[in-house]
Design a protein around this ligand. Sequence first.
Ligand code: ADP
Length: 414
Amino acid sequence: MTLKLGCIADDFTGATDLANNLVRAGMRVVQTIGVPDAPVPDVDCVVVALKSRTNPAAEAVAMSLAAARWLRAQGAAQLYFKVCSTFDSTPAGNIGPVAEALLAETGARFAIVTPAFPENGRTVFKGHLFVGDVLLSDSPMRQHPLTPMTDANLVRVLQAQVRSARVGLVDHRALAQGEDGLRARFAALQAEGVALAIADAVSDDDLRLLARAARAQPVVVAGSGLAIGIPALHGLAPSAAAAQLPPPRGARAVVSGSCSAATNAQVAAFTGPRLAIDPLRLAQGEDLVAQALDWARPLLGATPVLVHATAEPAAVQAVQQQLGAARAGALVEDALAGIAAGLVQAGVGQLVVAGGETSGAVVQRLGVQVLRIGPQIDPGVPWCHAAVHGGLHLALKSGNFGGRDFFERAFGLL
Ligand code: ADP
């Protein structure tokens, strides 16, 4: 296998979002959970999903370098470091330290950095990130529990994170000069000693232009947006074949641990048989995994079943007050992972999981390391296929993604 592109994502659902964009633009893509030790099928691109966004910087650097070395050993001439489209990070990193380390690893002296993804309302103008119509610093991201973003000036944000690199700006005027003009701007910045440059982009055309101008660069740092312009540079065009998965088999089930507004609406809209998992009963030691599996087994095959801990904010708060948020979360994740594994053992071959952390727990319990990325169900959420347990179709939905009828539509698509 010679990879056309090697990607390193700093979180799991971000990796899927990126993989989804690459598949839509015609690449055959596999997503791996960390650096795989299992064999990877012959594809155009591998996205290594890490969980490094909020780790100590040194740890994030070490994880990213291990992924970079593996991807380069598979022939990837360009590395794509996927960061959050709202540039989620702390003053300590990890976007800056990882980007610097990837430059050093590849011997590159310059990389563009852009979280822009206009389709999702993320645009960069004069180095400032907008979320919809407001600056990042005026968006709800300013109150994020782990990575509050209180400055929309990405040049300043990134400069604060790096050790020695200088951070510069490729602004919209440089983009207006076209591909050659952009390359000249890259060279001029490099001559001034700039190693990382925030790049403006307010449209898909801007992203495609940036991808073209940066095609010979060993490293790019971006949200999932820049990916729309890369497959075409390798002679690939959108095709159903890129998203082709093995035929579906087995029974259908949904396991939901997300309590987001979108997931609550999706659970409410589900019309098949459902079972709610009560965290307080889990805390009392009741074996709800066995109970859920006894409930589900006779139903499997006839219709999709739903097992959920999903609850409205007031109910979640009440549980968290009694158990603490961390303990409640861990109890529920563990139970839902056990239920997912039991369902697969009982013959489920098409499984939808709602919730980012919940998906992580389920994938780990199922021993999934390699996911082939298939067709998109809703923006950012594709069907995937894992060659475990006789072949398993998985849709891993982060909390806020997907329309109201996501669960039923997902099964309809297979
Ligand atoms: P999202 O993608 O919406 O953030 P996650 O799965 O990442 O969803 O996070 C949801 C967290 O809430 C998980 O840790 C899950 O175990 C926990 N959780 C789910 N249901 C409940 C509940 N009823 N009470 C308390 N915590 C819950």
